[in-house]
Design a protein around this ligand. Sequence first.
Ligand code: PLP
Length: 416
Amino acid sequence: MPDGEATAAALVPGAAPVPGSGPGARSPEPPLTYLDHAASTPMRPEVVEAMAPFAAHVFGHPSGSHRQARAARAALEEARDQVAQVLGCAPAEVVFTAGGTEADNLAVLGALGAAALERPGRPTVVVSSAVEHAAVLASCRAAAARLPGVEHQEVGVDSRGVLHLDQLADALDEDVALVTVMLANNEVGTVQPLSDVVAEVARRAPGAFVHTDAVQAAPWLDLAEAAAGAALVSVSAHKLGGPKGAGALVVRKGTPLLPLMVGGGQERERRAGTHDVAGAVGLAAALAASAAEREEESVRVAALRDRLADGIQAAVPAVVEAADRKDVLPGHCLLCFSGVDREELVLLLDQAGVCVSGGAACASGALEPSHVLAAMGVPDADARGAIRFSLGHTSSSADVERALAVVPEAVARLRG
Ligand code: PLP
């Protein structure tokens, strides 16, 4: 641990495993008002329970032949079936990964690697939205830097964060091998018109494959329907109440993919390495649990989010909501507090026990300017005061009331 860093137990007194409060929350003594579910949401009790045997006594290598190995393999394949059912694909199309970042890297670098091999001497173009997560954007840039003939083009978004379909249409031709557009944005929560993207690609670049990063959308949208047209779909367990470091990439039949990890031939030669059986079981349990409550939870959480966003805007002057709520996921709300430094506000709110996000941090710990807000045309002065409040399955009205009691005072203090 770096010098001067406090222990987890010191930072979260009571060591209650699940932050949150009130009905819907599972911790009797809430240590925190946790409003950063889009960064990571607490593990669901049923997920912890499903994973426990694999931490305790089912430890076999799932590629082996004896009973311990067979038990691990049976659990892995059961998890694969469950994941496939929720994601609307065949079990053989599920590739387990170590999270969303790996799924995105495998989709982009894997699909472009395969495409570049198939078309020597011809350009291989990847088109992405300008507001993709860094895992996708950096993969596109790495592919362009490392793979001969690969070029990356970005397509912009409008002021709501929605992809410009006309610009996408202009970018599509026979050189395009991959189009990657996230289902919903991590910062603002804007949901993209993925079926329109798929239709446009089929019309203008029929040889291209579509990848969607569904990491943020997974708790809120039925991916079997919403991502049906994408050949490649990324999900991550820890956004769903599952463990960190577990995820999956759906690779639909007939989608060429060059593996990033080679060695043991696992996952039908698409991702080598001894399986994280507990992680796969956790991902499956988290997907199943969130799918079962999706409709009710979307309504409940959107109502809490609306109360929070309306309450803050009623109490604090000069606040701009980055996107229209009808375009965004139920748990997301990004507010720009003009004249406030987001880093200072995050720290002040943290001191009051309210956890929110001010954006992605770079290696030094300072916040990066948001490429998403810049692409949406949000003025710098507003973007500097942008805070993401994100609610999830443990959020309660007590969390909202506590935030409403704390945020206006914190903003006033910083503006004062
Ligand atoms: N894609 C999106 C849209 C995300 O929000 C995240 C995580 O914040 C990732 C990818 C990366 O997923 P993971 O944290 O599992 O690596």
